[in-house]
Design a protein around this ligand. Structure first.
Ligand SMILES: Nc1nc2c(ncn2[C@@H]2O[C@H](COP(=O)(O)OP(=O)(O)OP(=O)(O)O)[C@@H](O)[C@H]2O)c(=O)[nH]1
Ligand SMILES: [Mg+2]
Length: 290
C-alpha cells in the first residue's frame, strides 16, 4: 500500500494573481470569493482536497502588498503566517504581468523555512506579458502553468504538490471541505456581490457582518446582515438613489447564497457606518479577517 501523505499548501503571491480562483478550480467548489479588484481575500481560508492516499490542505491567503494601514498590516501578517506554517508553498506569478518585487519579498520570507516551493504561472489562457520581469532562471525549470478559467494544468500541479507532501495520516475528517462555517461563507458572498457592483476605492472600505442565520422554516433560510462602510458619503453610494444599489447587491448576493447552500434564501441587508473597522485589529478579528 502507498504511504499516506498530508500537509499544508499555501497559495502565495501579489494581489489579483488568481490565488482564490485557483483554489476554487482545484477544489471544484466555490469556496473563496473572487473579484477583478485587488485585495479581495482578507483572511486565510482552508480548503481540503483528498487525492488518492494524500490529503492536501490548501491555504488561500490575501495578496501580499505594501501599505501602512492596519488592514494592510493585518493582511500581510496572515500571509507571513501561512508562509511559515506550510509544507509546500505555491508562489503564483500572473503570466500577463510577470515577476515583481513582491515575489522577491515572498521568496525571502520563505527562504528561512523548510517549505518546498512550486512556482505557478496563472491565467495562461490570456496573452503572455510583454512587459514585466521574467521568472528568475534558477526557478524557471520547475514552473507549472495553469489556467483556473480553462481548468488546464491542474492535474500536473496536483501531482507536483503530492510528490512534495510529507508522509502523514490525514489531518482532517474525510468529508470536510473547510474550517470556515457556512455563515462566514455567506457573509463573504455578500461582500463579493458588493465588491463587484461598486467602483473605485469603495470595495476596500466594505465589511460584512452577519447577524442572524435562521433555518427553522424548512422552505427557506432567513439571513440578516450589515454592510459596514467607513463614512456617511460611502453609505449614500452603497444605498444608491432610492435604495437601488443596495437592492442590486442584495439580489446578487441572495442568488449566490442560494446556489451555494442549495436552499431558498430571504436576505435582509442594512448599510451601517462603522468608522474604525479597518483601523482596529480587534474589530477586524470580530469580522473574521484574521
Ligand atoms: N482569464 C483568466 N482570469 C483569471 C484566471 N484566474 C483568475 N482570473 C481573474 O483574475 C482576477 C483576480 O482573481 P482572484 O482569484 O480574486 O485573485 P486573488 O489572487 O485571489 O486576489 P486577492 O484575493 O485580491 O489577492 C479575477 O477577475 C479573476 O476572474 C484565469 O485562469 N484566467
Ligand atoms: Mg483572493
Amino acid at each position: 500500500m502507498a504511504e499516506s501523505r498530508a500537509g499544508f499548501v499555501a497559495l502565495l503571491g501579489p494581489p489579483n494573481v488568481g490565488k482564490s480562483s485557483l483554489l476554487n478550480a482545484l477544489l471544484g467548489q466555490r469556496l473563496a470569493i473572487v473579484s477583478p479588484r485587488p485585495q479581495t481575500t482578507r483572511s486565510r481560508i482552508l480548503g481540503i482536497l483528498p487525492r488518492g492516499d494524500a490529503q492536501i490542505l490548501f491555504l488561500d491567503t490575501p495578496g501580499r502588498h505594501d501599505g501602512t494601514k492596519t488592514l494592510n498590516a493585518t493582511l500581510n501578517a496572515i500571509v507571513d503566517e501561512a508562509a511559515r506554517d506550510c509544507d509546500v508553498a505555491l508562489l503564483l506569478v500572473d503570466s500577463t504581468r510577470g515577476w515583481s518585487g513582491i515575489h522577491d519579498e515572498l521568496l525571502r520570507a520563505l527562504s528561512s523555512k523548510s517549505a518546498a516551493l512550486v512556482v505557478v504561472e496563472t491565467k495562461t489562457d490570456l496573452p503572455a506579458a510583454r512587459t514585466g520581469l521574467p521568472i528568475p532562471e534558477a526557478l524557471a525549470s520547475g514552473v507549472v502553468r495553469v489556467s483556473a478559467r480553462r481548468k488546464t494544468g491542474l492535474e500536473a500541479l496536483l501531482d507536483a504538490i503530492v510528490a512534495k507532501l510529507p508522509a502523514s495520516p490525514p489531518l482532517y475528517g474525510e468529508d470536510e471541505l473547510t474550517d470556515r462555517p457556512v455563515r462566514w461563507l455567506c457573509a463573504e458572498l455578500i461582500r463579493e456581490a458588493a465588491m463587484r457592483l461598486l467602483d473605485e476605492e469603495l470595495p476596500h472600505s466594505i465589511a460584512v457582518q452577519l447577524h442572524s442565520y435562521e433555518e427553522s422554516d424548512p422552505r427557506l433560510v432567513r439571513i440578516c446582515a450589515d454592510l459596514l462602510v467607513e463614512r456617511e458619503s460611502q453609505k449614500r453610494i452603497v444605498v444608491g438613489q432610492g435604495g437601488r444599489q443596495i437592492k442590486q447587491i442584495g439580489i446578487r448576493a441572495r442568488e449566490a447564497i442560494e446556489a451555494f447552500i442549495e436552499r431558498r434564501v430571504h436576505l435582509e441587508l442594512f448599510v451601517k457606518v462603522d468608522p474604525r473597522w479597518s483601523q482596529s485589529a480587534r474589530r477586524m478579528a470580530e469580522l473574521g479577517y484574521h
